[in-house]
Design a protein around this ligand. Sequence first.
Ligand SMILES: Cc1cc2nc3c(=O)[nH]c(=O)nc-3n(C[C@H](O)[C@H](O)[C@H](O)COP(=O)(O)OP(=O)(O)OC[C@H]3O[C@@H](n4cnc5c(N)ncnc54)[C@H](O)[C@@H]3O)c2cc1C
Length: 408
Amino acid sequence: MAEFTLDLNDDQKQVRDWLHGFAADVIRPAASEWDEREETPWPVIQEAAKVGIYSLDFYAQQFFDPTGLGIPMAMEELFWGDAGIALSIVGTGLAAVGVLANGTEEQIGTWIPQMYGDANDVKVAAFCSSEPDAGSDVASMRTRAVYDEAKDEWVLNGTKTWATNGGIANVHVVVAVVDPGLGSKGHASFIVPPATPGLSQGQKFKKHGIRASHTAEVVLEDVRVPGHCLLGGKEKLDERLARARERAKAGGERVKNAAMATFEASRPAVGAMAVGTARAAYEVALDYAKTRSQFGRPIIDNQGIAFQLADMRTRIDAARLLVWRASWMATTGKPFTSAEGSMSKLYASETAKSVTAQAIQILGGNGFTREYPVERMHRDAAIYTIFEGTSEIQRLVIARTLSGMPIR
Ligand SMILES: Cc1cc2nc3c(=O)[nH]c(=O)nc-3n(C[C@H](O)[C@H](O)[C@H](O)COP(=O)(O)OP(=O)(O)OC[C@H]3O[C@@H](n4cnc5c(N)ncnc54)[C@H](O)[C@@H]3O)c2cc1C
């Protein structure tokens, strides 16, 4: 088991520098254009595919880094470049992880390559869980999956919302209810293959931030998928449902805790994205404060500005430490006895929001314009306290874990 260390090894440093180069040379220069266009930046994704950043191999390598620091390091660098474009690049990974976590080897081998396509014909994938009436409250999901035994097909009906890459994806991973009596334990995940009849894109959202990332509703009307599209297979699902029914009878708490453990492990990655955005805004603000003069001296000469920068940097470093700790814990199988995954996501996302707001203040009028990137970074930062569990939900998880009480 890897010991926790803050010293990146030579391989990690090499990957970090390579990603930073891509973020600085390809992502950042394209950020403003794609934010204004509010469209998926296909040419940038293609560029990422050509150099190997947009591929399953790359994410698998980072994911299986035994120190746990591969993914947070990669996320921080890409999101330092630009959050909207970076989400377009890593968004497919959400769906791929859904298949890696629940799929059979055959499903992984069949569907993940189709999610990415290749450098000459890049594709994206979508992970569709949220619904209009099931956001934080995942258990109130309504999309139904009913098994048609005669045809060995699953029939999906419902409306998903907020799906990153929803409707433009080659492969959609859809979470649906198979047993309404079991809450979130009665859910299962399905692959919807390319060009399946009945799946359509609903509204595409015009957003406050991360506008280069496509977010849309996905409508499922009598979508029929073959039995082999149930992730993990029918036998495993039946066993899992039987176990969940038994556990629910014995007392629901264990069921809830197992689901929470999964989320705890994925949250530090979002924290790392937030650290990337915060660091980007801090760097712009530091540079500006050293070069902008008022009253005959650089504005950083004033404690009022210098202390803000000191606080910004301190919070960013603290956020990264929480993220790295949680990622290391997840990779080395340490139990999150104090909801350390939620802590890292909560602190890093709130840091990104406040640091980007401070950056606007330090740039004065320029910070408020689209001539400078910090207003975009501030708009982008707002997403981190919302998706993958809002800040309120993180606090709820932490408070429940620490107190052992069913706090509402
Ligand atoms: C840009 C974007 C991309 C997304 N991408 C995806 C995706 O790819 N796939 C996917 O499935 N989903 C995705 N989501 C959905 C995202 O995960 C949800 O928006 C999020 O879980 C919150 O759900 P909600 O928006 O319905 O808010 P709600 O759950 O309605 O919450 C509204 C407010 O009430 C608060 N609240 C709710 N319950 C409680 C409580 N018990 N205690 C205290 N406060 C509470 C919340 O914190 C929030 O402030 C995305 C969302 C956005 C905006």
